[in-house]
Design a protein around this ligand. Structure first.
Ligand code: GLT
Ligand code: MN
Ligand code: MN
Length: 397
């Protein structure tokens, strides 16, 4: 395979970045910024030039906190012109409910009703902004919805407040007639010591308790599940199986570290490969359809980079995705892989008997002459399967 066989990113690849991701100025808890902010209109121009499809934003990535109505309208008009000029869309928008000191102990879950009211008000304004820019997905990342001093509130109360806020905002979206769906993004910790509903699985369970569960799905992030050692691909698969994968945050992360938000594909190639394979459905669709939503890179360039390095970073995210996609396609088209993944023979017709419980099927299962010893002795050839996967990832096949 030559490098030229990987096409350049195109709008049809549905790659997106956030104003806050490529606009990240390289500040960390121990150090000052290492690069200047990039004007949002310039971000639009540069993203379009490198083949991205869309740009996502928090309200305050575009409109500074506290801007007047006329200032807001002027900024938004300029941004819309840039989007039109460079044919970039805004598929996702969200609210910054974490930077301002008023949110130091949470937004929707704060003990202070005035903070909760302000969080709703800010979210409604940001939803208006998202709708005006044409977004179809609205993300909620509750970065401050957590605790250090856990005695401050009953965690059940926090969950009730979160539910109340989402039900309220679903009502707002319906009232305004916006074609917006919500996507909840879990994270176990950072910046809080503990954040409520720390995984995608917690969110999936919570969604079923909302007033409008059909309007709400998830936005899993590679780094957030990987930092605590969970299998991200399994979480995403569960969301897909429930038709709840509304959005996805792609990046790179090593287990056991702070949220690194590294370039997609730069860490744990196995997991990155398996994730792309799952999203693209290269193994076939008998377990469900491929993911067709935005592919968002919620990552940022190393602190060592200047603006040129930021665009190297952005190109790297997209190129790694496309490289892994091609390798996943090759893997699933490989005759040896297909043979190893072929259905296990079912000479006793057991699969059909297990479709649904009935007295007769239970009787049939009990009577079936299942040869335990023969099955227990059989090697499954997963060593060979996994090695083939590694060889495809390494480009050796
Ligand atoms: C913040 C966070 C991300 C979230 C963003 C959406 S903001 O950068 O680290 O994981 O997706 O609010
Ligand atoms: Mn994220
Ligand atoms: Mn992150």
């Amino acid at each position: 395979m030559t490098n030229d066989s990987i096409p350049a990113p195109r709008a049809s690849d549905r790659f997106t970045f956030g104003l806050w991701t490529v606009g990240n100025i390289g500040r960390d808890p121990f150090g000052d910024p290492t690069r200047a902010p990039i004007d949002p209109c310039r971000i639009v121009e540069r993203l379009a030039a490198i083949g991205a499809w869309g740009v996502n934003l928090h309200d305050n990535d575009l409109v500074p906190f506290g801007a007047s109505a006329s200032e807001r309208d002027r900024i938004v008009a300029g941004f819309k012109r840039a989007l039109a000029d460079h044919r970039l869309c805004v598929p996702m928008a969200t609210t910054n409910l974490f930077s301002h000191a008023i949110f130091k102990d949470g937004a929707f879950t704060s003990n202070d009703p005035s903070v909760r009211a302000f969080a709703l008000r800010k979210s409604m304004d940001a939803i208006d902004l998202g709708a005006e820019l044409g977004a179809s997905t609205y993300v909620f990342w509750g970065g401050r919805e957590g605790t250090e001093a856990d005695a401050c509130r009953d965690p059940r109360e926090a969950i009730k407040r979160m539910r109340g806020a989402l039900d309220y905002l679903c009502g707002y979206v319906q009232d305004r007639g916006y074609a917006l769906r919500f996507a909840l993004e879990a994270k176990p910790n950072e910046p809080r010591a503990d954040i409520y509903m720390p995984t995608t699985g917690h969110m999936l369970a919570f969604i079923q308790t909302l007033a409008h569960p059909e309007m709400v799905g998830v936005n899993p992030e590679v780094a957030h599940e990987t930092m605590v050692g969970l299998n991200f691909v399994h979480g995403v698969a569960q969301a897909m199986e429930q038709k709840k994968l509304f959005h996805i945050d792609l990046n790179g992360q090593r287990i056991g570290r702070y949220d690194q938000d590294l370039r997609f594909g730069s860490e744990d190639l196995r997991q990155a490969f398996l994730l792309v394979r799952l999203l693209e459905g290269t193994a076939g669709d008998r377990h469900g359809a491929a993911y067709t939503g935005p592919l968002h890179f919620d990552a940022h360039a190393y602190r060592s980079e200047d603006e040129e390095g930021v665009w190297d970073f952005a190109r790297g995210c997209m190129r790694n995705y496309l490289l892994l996609k091609q390798r996943a396609q090759n893997f699933d088209a490989d005759p040896e892989v297909r043979e190893l993944l072929a259905d296990v023979p079912d000479p006793l017709g057991m699969a059909a008997q297990m479709n649904r419980y009935c007295t007769a099927s239970a009787k049939a299962l009990r009577a079936a002459p299942i040869d335990l010893d023969a099955i227990a002795r059989r090697g499954l050839r997963y060593e060979r399967l996994d090695q083939l996967m590694i060889e495809h990832i390494l480009g050796a096949r």
